[in-house]
Design a binder for this molecule. Structure first.
Ligand code: HEM
Length: 408
């Protein structure tokens, strides 16, 4: 007889596959149904699904909702790769609570401040240019494979202090490590091998930290090593996994902002023409791309005590699934939410979350987005969609395209 947790895991795999097939191309009708009919839906396994903007914001801001308790995933018997990923993630800032969270956040916020990020602009511009140089003669490209995938990981490799020669290795790690972050993809690929990649990343950052202890530079690993000296980072594991989580947090999210945003422009030719004729709209356009098709669709929180929300009581220990992508299309918060409006003002979307865990990399992501869109549109005036129906990755939490073939 299969145990109840095995049955539960099987059921959730089937549900995940169904979600991947039916909804990943367009989850918005499902979100609308939930927002209208079941805005705060309690599932039998103690996960509450929240889809309205005001509820999502309240959960994210209320400190009684703690970082998601990874032990809740014990109900899913993990395969080897997932188990290693879970072990690694428990050190990550996004799964920590005060006082550790406060300490780690102070350190990371300093590094990703506007002053530091603005200093990276010339390097970021250089990276976009060399990726476009490589495809220029071809007259066609896959925006995801050729630009949106390598771009943010090459930037992050430099931020960490890696040599250029190590960039291909960083790209390989991301191909492997992105997979188990999503419940749908990992349910479909239970055998995926991530243990080796995690061990490789761990060894790489340990070695880099050892080098920077002797020869400090201005990169993130040197800042982390200095923090270690002050007691702000408490163990070698904390240093290594903070670096690894930064790669995970800053890579696929930025890639999806670029891919989803470019597709939204092609599907709204007036917006594309407007942005071409008035590039100063790029800042509001980026926020609108993020609202319209959020790269991170879902995040989780765990109730530390019984908490009233919208007239219901969320019992201590229950979890809330915060659907950022659904909140961003809530008509009670945004006028004409299903319309892309690149000049939208007061665009307080939840794509970077809110409250204590609000994204630390927002400034970097936006500089990367601005430079990528400006450079691509300027260098490729005849850019056109080669496939009107590009495929989405069958994922639930990270929303992005598998490929986006373009001609220019
Ligand atoms: C468009 C790109 C990005 C999007 C949409 C995005 C989105 C998010 C979201 C939704 C969260 C909150 C997660 C939660 O509360 O559970 C988050 C947290 C975080 N992000 Fe980003 N992110 C992006 C880029 C970046 C970049 C470039 C970096 C750094 C290199 C970064 C670093 C982080 C970190 C360290 C956290 C954890 C903060 C904490 O727990 O206090 N992100 N991000």
């Amino acid at each position: 007889m299969p145990s109840s947790s095995t049955t539960f895991a099987r059921v959730s795999r089937v549900a995940s596959r169904m979600y991947g097939r039916l909804f990943s191309a367009n989850p918005y009708p499902l979100y609308k149904f939930l927002r209208t009919r079941y805005p705060l839906l309690r599932t039998p396994i103690g996960f509450w699904i929240s889809t309205r903007y005001d509820n999502c914001l309240e959960v994210l801001r209320d400190k009684r909702f703690l970082a998601f308790d990874l032990n809740a995933l014990d109900a899913f018997p993990p395969d080897d790769g997932l188990k290693s990923m879970r072990e690694a993630l428990q050190h990550a800032i996004v799964f920590r609570n005060p006082p550790d969270h406060t300490r780690l956040r102070r350190l990371m916020t300093t590094f990703f401040s506007p002053a530091v990020v603005n200093g990276l602009e010339p390097r970021i511009q250089h990276i976009v240019d060399y990726l476009l140089d490589a495809v220029e003669a071809r007259g066609s490209m896959d925006l995801i494979k050729d630009v949106a995938f390598p771009f943010p990981i090459d930037v992050l490799a430099e931020v960490m202090g890696a040599d250029d020669a190590d960039k291909p290795m960083f790209r390989d790690w991301m191909r492997t490590l992105g997979v188990p972050l999503d419940p749908v993809i990992s349910a479909n690929d239970p055998g995926v091998e991530v243990r080796q990649a995690i061990a490789d990343v761990q060894r790489y950052f340990s070695d880099l930290a050892a080098d920077r202890r002797k020869h400090p530079r201005e990169d993130l690993i040197s800042i982390m090593v200095a923090a270690e000296g002050r007691g702000d980072l408490q163990t070698e594991e904390e240093l290594v996994f903070s670096a690894m989580f930064t790669l995970l947090a800053g890579h696929e999210t930025t890639m999806n902002m670029i891919g989803n945003g470019m597709l939204a422009l092609f599907r709204n030719p007036d917006a594309l023409a407007r942005l071409r004729s008035d590039p100063s709209l790029i800042e509001s356009a980026l926020d609108e791309f993020l609202r319209f098709d959020s790269p991170v669709q879902v995040t989780f929180r765990t109730a530390s005590e019984d908490i009233e929300l919208s007239g219901r009581t969320i019992p201590r220990g229950d979890h809330v699934v915060v659907f950022l992508g659904a909140a961003n299309r809530d008509p009670l918060r945004f006028a004409d939410p299903d319309q892309l409006d690149i000049a939208r003002t007061e665009n307080h979307h939840l794509s970077f979350a809110a409250g204590p865990h609000r994204c630390i990399g927002e400034v970097l992501a936006k500089v990367e987005g601005r430079i990528a869109f400006e450079t691509i549109l300027r260098r490729m005036p005849k850019l056109a969609l080669a496939d009107p129906n590009p495929k989405w990755r069958p994922a639930m939490s990270l929303r992005g395209l598998q490929s986006l073939p373009l001609t220019f």
